[in-house]
Ligand binder design. Structure first.
Ligand code: NAD
Length: 289
């Protein structure tokens, strides 16, 4: 298969590299020029002869601009597979533009981070026509371990932001509960042993425990180096709140989690730290009135 790959940053470069082992990949990025990959001079050139064009870009505005450039260059019937995390509205607008240009579009944001991209173990949540999803499934199989078809265009992004809204809220709840336990004199290991096997369990507690030295290895054991950066959690929470506003959905926990991560990243020392560093943050604070 001929693949154009646009956006060769932290995620895109390793995803393109893993695909290039089995397919003919031509990449483009305005800044990054990773070694070992055939590079084009523009996004349109990378897209020209491709059966599938993958985009892995920072946000919806950039995705829309790149889509406008590549859709006119792509051959009829080709698939635009966007793996970026963007707002649902941009994903749906790009899908409509692709359809109008005689193409198909799939939005398939990922979970699994840079480690998943490097090892080919990402999870894809995809929206768009089933036939196009089936066309790109062999590529999901190379880059990931699981791909779920979530329905029409934009539903991949919807699944991603709903998942991450739950994740942000449960991580905060887990961190504040650890700090309450500390202050009540409860040992962290005992807290983990009880909660991880009781009704308070969650991925945040059981698989990614924010307390160092407790549970499986996690960024807490590596001085809270990401992992999944608090900045990226803030991005996803903001997308969830944009979507909630557009859909008139009441999401008070998501709203509170967004405000807390915003404060942590923009007004405190959370930028560049793992999102589980909310635990030491709460440890240093007293009850707000
Ligand atoms: P990144 O900033 O490292 O990479 C984005 C790349 O896009 C950069 O290399 C940039 O130069 C390039 N770019 C920007 N404008 C461009 C244009 N007009 N044409 C071509 N290239 C352009 O970001 P990343 O960490 O690789 O993340 C990419 C996407 O994946 C984001 O939407 C992010 O939210 C999502 N994501 C990231 C992670 C993670 O752990 N990093 C995890 C899940 C999802």
């Amino acid at each position: 298969m001929k693949i154009g790959f646009i956006g060769l940053g932290n995620m895109g470069a390793p995803m393109a590299a893993i695909l290039a082992k089995e397919h003919d990949v031509v990449g483009f990025d305005t800044v990054a020029k990773p070694d070992g990959l055939t590079l084009a001079a523009s996004a349109a050139e990378a897209a020209k002869d491709a059966d599938v064009v993958i985009t892995m870009l920072p946000n919806g505005a950039i995705l829309r601009a790149v889509a406008a450039e590549i859709h006119t260059a792509m051959k009829a019937g080709a698939v635009h597979l966007d793996c970026s995390t963007v707002d649902v509205e941009s994903a749906r607008a790009v899908a409509a533009a692709a359809e109008a240009a005689g193409l198909s579009a799939i939005d398939a944001p990922v979970s699994g981070g840079i480690g998943g991209a490097t090892n080919g173990t990402l999870t894809f949540m995809a929206g768009g026509p089933k036939a196009a999803f089936e066309t790109v499934t062999p590529l999901f199989d190379i880059m990931g371990q699981k791909a779920v078809h979530c329905g029409d265009a934009g539903n991949g992004q919807a699944a991603k932001i709903c998942n991450n809204m739950i994740l942000g809220a449960t991580m905060i709840a887990t961190c504040e509960a650890f700090v309450l336990a500390d202050k009540l004199g409860l040992d962290r290991q005992a807290m983990f042993d009880v909660v991880s096997t009781s009704s308070g369990y969650s991925w945040s507690m059981n698989a990614y425990c924010p307390a160092p030295g407790i549970g499986p290895q996690s960024p807490a054991d590596n001085d809270y180096k990401p992992g999944f950066a608090a900045d990226l959690m803030l991005k996803d929470l903001r997308l969830s709140q944009m979507a909630a506003e557009a859909a008139d959905a009441d999401t008070p926990m998501g709203q509170a989690a967004t405000a807390l991560y915003q404060q942590f990243v923009e007004a405190e020392d959370g930028a560049g730290k793992d999102f589980s560093a909310m635990l030491p943050r709460f440890s240093t604070r007293k009850r707000s009135t």
